[in-house]
Design a protein around this ligand. Structure first.
Ligand code: COA
Length: 366
């Protein structure tokens, strides 16, 4: 076969989608016609669920419906906890989610996406509580999804700025073109399999450090650097050792990821309360130094901060432990995954790329 291969499927178009557009050259992300900045500033998580699943910005009545459906889904997921066996006893929450979500049963697409979205939030919080030997906290149906995520973790209803900050995060990372986990979900959906299987597979893809596993290590990096004057030597040592700087670089963006800016603004809104001013100053100094060093090593790649960089600062600021950073990503991205599963079903064609055989030939024919 003489067809060219595309390592990492760079530049290969695998779908037409009405869900989002990522413009890597100009640093723009548009979701169902709205810029990510607009969604982070003006939408709630319930709004973006309605927008992605139904295609239009919801009315107040539709928003209330989504909020009630998600609240019911959280209650249903909470009721399932005793039947999950050891699933949420896994040492890594993403492993726990992968196992626990596998206990759900697919029914129909509208029910599946709400059930999956409610379940990931509840399972992640229950996993975190179990880690510190505390019993799970039941959801409160009158809270927004973001506020209830925090309430199920800490046992207390969060102050509005904290709920708003988490809401901003959930709106920011909900959908992002044909990223690895979304593609995974679409491949599974293209086989005619069910939504739960597609989301379990997507969780597996998101778990990897090159995709959704970066924000925990970003915080580890900030902790290890400690103060801005140490940034340069620490980063240089990492690069010299051949390690990647977490939270920097992106397959598509050749400028700063617009979500990094949106999350930096959301974290700045918490400055002095959830996010210590020194933490933000350090993060900005490390970002600047990492950008400078990477530009020196890879002048053609334009490696800038990605979404994970300020995710770490924001989620830490609202009191989410770093072991839950990737699960919180899943708690939002599940909405986009489900929208893609539905969209892929309308295509109705199996995704099945080709490969070039480079192994031995004609063995055993002598
Ligand atoms: N630190 C150090 N080097 C990096 C880097 C980083 N964060 N990101 C890319 N590079 C280097 C690669 O090692 C590679 O070098 P090589 O050709 O000498 O092997 C080169 O830059 C390739 O760059 P690019 O093609 O842009 O990377 P990619 O598309 O293969 O990878 C990521 C994109 C996101 C996987 C990569 O930038 C990365 O690993 N970043 C850190 C993890 C992270 O933050 N992930 C979250 C993504 S939202």
């Amino acid at each position: 076969m003489s067809a060219p291969t595309a390592s990492g499927l760079d530049g290969i178009v695998v779908a037409h989608t009405a869900l989002s557009e990522v413009d890597g050259d100009h640093g723009q992300l548009v979701i169902r016609g709205y810029s990510v900045e607009t969604l982070v500033e003006r939408a709630t998580f319930e709004d973006v669920c309605a927008l992605l699943w139904n295609g239009v910005w919801p009315s107040a009545h539709e928003r209330a419906d989504v909020q009630a459906e998600l609240a019911k889904a959280r209650e249903d997921a909470f009721a399932m906890l005793p039947s999950l066996g050891g699933a949420l006893g896994a040492p890594d929450c993403m492993e726990g989610l992968r196992a626990a979500v596998g206990h759900l049963r697919s029914a129909n697409s509208a029910g599946d996406r709400v059930r999956l979205t409610g379940a990931i939030a509840v399972f992640a919080a229950a996993w975190a509580r179990a880690q510190v030997r505390q019993s799970p906290v039941p959801p409160q149906p009158l809270l927004s999804h973001a506020a209830d995520c925090l309430q199920m973790l800490s046992g207390t209803v969060p102050d509005p700025p904290y709920a708003r900050a988490l809401d901003a995060y959930l709106c920011c990372v909900v959908e992002h073109g044909m990223n690895a986990s979304t593609f995974t979900a679409r491949v599974v959906a293209s086989t005619g399999s069910d939504a739960v299987s597609a989301i379990v597979a997507a969780i597996g893809a998101l778990k990897g450090p090159l995709h959704g596993g970066a924000p925990g290590p970003v915080l580890d990096m900030l902790d290890a650097i400690g103060t801005a004057p140490h940034a340069r030597s620490w980063l240089e040592a990492e690069l010299t050792a051949g390690r990647r700087i977490m939270g920097m670089g992106h397959r598509i963006y050749r400028v700063r990821d617009p979500r990094a800016a949106a999350l930096e603004r959301a974290a700045t809104a918490l400055e002095g309360s959830g996010v210590p001013a020194e933490r933000l100053l350090l993060a900005r100094a490390v970002e600047r130094e990492a950008e400078r060093l990477l530009a020196g090593r890879y002048p053609d790649r334009h490696l800038r901060a990605n979404v994970e960089f300020y995710t770490a600062v924001l989620l830490d600021g609202v009191g989410i432990p770093r072991t839950l950073f990737s699960p919180m990503f899943a708690a939002s991205r599940v909405v986009g995954w489900c929208a893609h599963v539905d969209e892929q079903r309308t295509v109705g064609r199996l995704i099945r790329p080709a490969s070039v055989y480079v192994g031995p030939v004609a063995l055993g024919t002598a």
